[in-house]
Design a protein around this ligand. Structure first.
Ligand SMILES: [Zn+2]
Length: 203
């Protein structure tokens, strides 16, 4: 089951809960963590992993709070480690520093569950930040794209660590090679598909 929690905080972040049985994975830790805890509680879910798509403050601001509340492990890519350990100030958002429990590499599988399992593949897509990663659920053909790919847009690259050519290369070589019917759930805004974005890509 996938639960989308939209419009969190001043930049309207999306968080996603993926569950199997009573276990759950959270994708990103945006503002308004009470809404995330509420959805976990409503569905009787125990949070096991907090997956971080990248180190920008709107995606990590509640990481430490949610870990303290749930005892979940934090998983992220090492290339954004400086932002996790010394988070940037963003608008009024102030994130507590943390070090991920598990550092994720490109192509690594994250698994949760016993008989039925959630399996997510890590796709390293540098460009929006150097540690940006997407998570791909191969069986269901679902991609969690963070701020790398949005509906009709791509991530900004004007912040430190951003590189537009690298971002376009990551999208073309690592995301547009996924099946066309793949559903895309971004870090902000509505969902889309690889087919739609590939057909309308103007970079
Ligand atoms: Zn970002």
């Amino acid at each position: 089951m996938i639960i989308q929690i939209p419009n969190l905080g001043p930049i309207e972040n999306n968080a996603y809960i993926i569950s199997i049985g009573n276990k759950a994975i959270l994708i990103d830790a945006p503002p308004e963590p009470d809404k995330i805890l509420q959805r976990l509680e409503e569905n009787n879910l125990k949070l096991k992993y907090i997956l971080i798509t990248h180190g920008h403050t709107d995606h990590i601001v509640s990481t430490v709070f949610l870990k303290n509340q749930t005892n979940a492990e934090i998983l992220a890519n090492e290339n954004d480690i400086k932002m996790f350990q010394k988070p940037w100030n963003l608008l009024h958002l102030r994130a507590k520093p943390f070090t991920p429990d598990i550092l994720l590499k490109d192509n690594e599988e994250i698994k949760l569950g016993n008989k039925n399992i959630i399996s997510l593949k890590v796709i390293h897509t540098p460009g929006h930040s150097q540690g940006s990663i997407c998570f791909y659920q191969e069986k269901e053909k679902i991609l969690f794209s963070g701020d790398t790919l949005f509906a009709s847009a791509i991530g900004r690259t004007d912040l430190p660590g951003g590189d537009q050519n690298q971002l376009i290369k990551s999208i073309k070589e690592k995301l547009f090679t996924l099946p066309l019917e793949t559903k895309v759930f971004p870090g902000h805004g509505p969902s889309t598909t690889i087919k739609t974005e590939k057909e309308n890509f103007y970079f």
